[in-house]
Design a protein. Structure first.
Length: 396
């Protein structure tokens, strides 16, 4: 999933109305347990003034709870503001329970959940049982029905400690996302450094020689035109060789690699919401031309899955096989989408076939994809193989 999507990001406070609405909906589901205090207020059990004050107290509690849970993130520290907010919720829960009765004990469940959702584990580990103990103590002191107290103890403990687990999971997700971004940035920086180093090595000597010979040719004119012409010819030769070297280097940078395309396939499928089963690594030391053909084919196949298949699952497999003609590497891309719309191959398959023909590879397609729900007429499987000569470690 793209981090720039408009949906509320994991572990981030909402930044616009849509994100706020999504998080309110997610948190609001759990406010259904507030039905007990609401029924108590609307049941005519209290005086009008008590009912009004109880409604104000309930709205204040819910507002403080939502503000605390929505605005805090798992990366925020164990600061004083959170402690004060939870202390306020706890005090309000005690006050409303003592003045309005049994139905209001449920507020302590929300206090425990708030502690688990916003405090570090070392703090929540003792605060959640403490909140539950206060719940039990108030219930017993006021001689409330014990079945009500017992029914609330388990949700308070389970809800509080479950939120500590969710909080830790979100923290881990954030850290992994940041680590992945850091790795990508380091890789980009390394690639820029490599490009700068290669361009310096390729062009530094050639450009210095061209500058030197240009100055020399300029001094030879007009007195020695023949010698100046020889220097200009040398300049032309050096510049042509430099152009050849640059083109060769750029071709190497643009050549797709199988590990790179496997990583790209995982990213593209995940961004499209497709469950991906993609190998983590490719065989080492593949011959350059077969690897390039497989990389182009994988890119084209995954692009077709993302754009046209409507699939929910895609499986990529790399399988070395021994045949009568020698060792081959087989690439299979299977999805559980709608299948091909026609029997005529498209431009993508035609291009894959042409590249395979250049390395004596083969291409096969069939209906059906991965998973038990894929059968005849559903899904699409693309299988291609390229010869590797004497083995995976061979080179051209």
């Amino acid at each position: 999933m793209n981090d720039d999507e408009t949906s509320a990001g994991t572990g981030r406070p909402p930044t616009d109305r849509k994100q706020m609405g999504i998080k309110l909906l997610w948190v609001g589901v759990w406010l259904a347990f507030m039905s007990a205090p609401v029924k108590d207020l609307t049941g005519g059990h209290h005086t009008p003034w008590a009912t009004v004050l109880g409604a104000v107290g309930l709205l204040t509690f819910v507002g403080a709870y939502l503000l605390l849970v929505l605005r805090r993130t798992p990366r925020d520290g164990d600061d004083r503001g959170v402690h004060l907010a939870i202390a306020f919720l706890g005090a309000l829960a005690v006050l409303l329970t003592l003045t309005l009765g049994t139905s209001w004990l449920v507020l302590f469940v929300y206090v425990a959940v708030s502690a688990g959702a916003t405090l570090p584990l070392r703090t929540a580990a003792w605060l959640i049982p403490a909140v539950t103990a206060v719940l039990v103590g108030l219930g017993l002191a006021a001689d409330h029905p014990r079945e009500v107290i017992t029914a609330l103890v388990f949700p308070a403990l389970l809800g509080g400690f479950s939120m500590t687990g969710v909080r830790q999971l979100i923290r881990t997700t954030i850290e992994l996302r940041e680590a992945r971004a850091t790795v990508a940035q380091l890789a980009a920086n390394e690639e820029r450094l490599r490009l700068a180093r290669d361009l310096h090595d390729l062009l530094g000597h050639s450009l210095s020689l061209i500058t030197l010979k240009s100055e020399l040719a300029g001094r030879m004119l007009p007195g020695h035109p023949e010698q100046a012409a020889a220097q200009v010819a040398d300049i032309e030769q050096v510049s042509r060789q430099a152009l050849i070297d640059v083109r060769s280097a750029v071709t190497g940078y643009r050549r797709p690699t199988l590990p790179g395309e496997l990583a790209g396939a995982r990213t593209a499928l995940a961004a499209a919401g497709i469950t991906a089963d993609v190998p983590a690594e490719a065989p080492d030391d593949l011959p350059q031309k077969p690897e390039e053909v497989l990389a182009w084919a994988l890119r084209e196949a995954v692009t077709n899955v993302v754009r046209h298949s409507g699939a929910r699952r895609c499986t990529v497999a790399l399988t070395p096989r021994q045949t009568l003609d020698g060792q081959v590497l087989e690439l299979t891309v299977a999805d559980d989408g709608v299948g091909p719309s026609s029997t005529k191959p498209g431009n993508g398959l035609t291009g894959i076939g042409e590249r395979l023909a250049a390395v004596d590879g083969t291409l096969a397609t069939s209906a059906g994809g991965p998973g038990p729900g894929s059968g005849a007429g559903k899904g699409f499987t693309l299988t291609l193989s390229v010869p590797l000569g004497s083995g995976l470690g061979s080179t051209e």
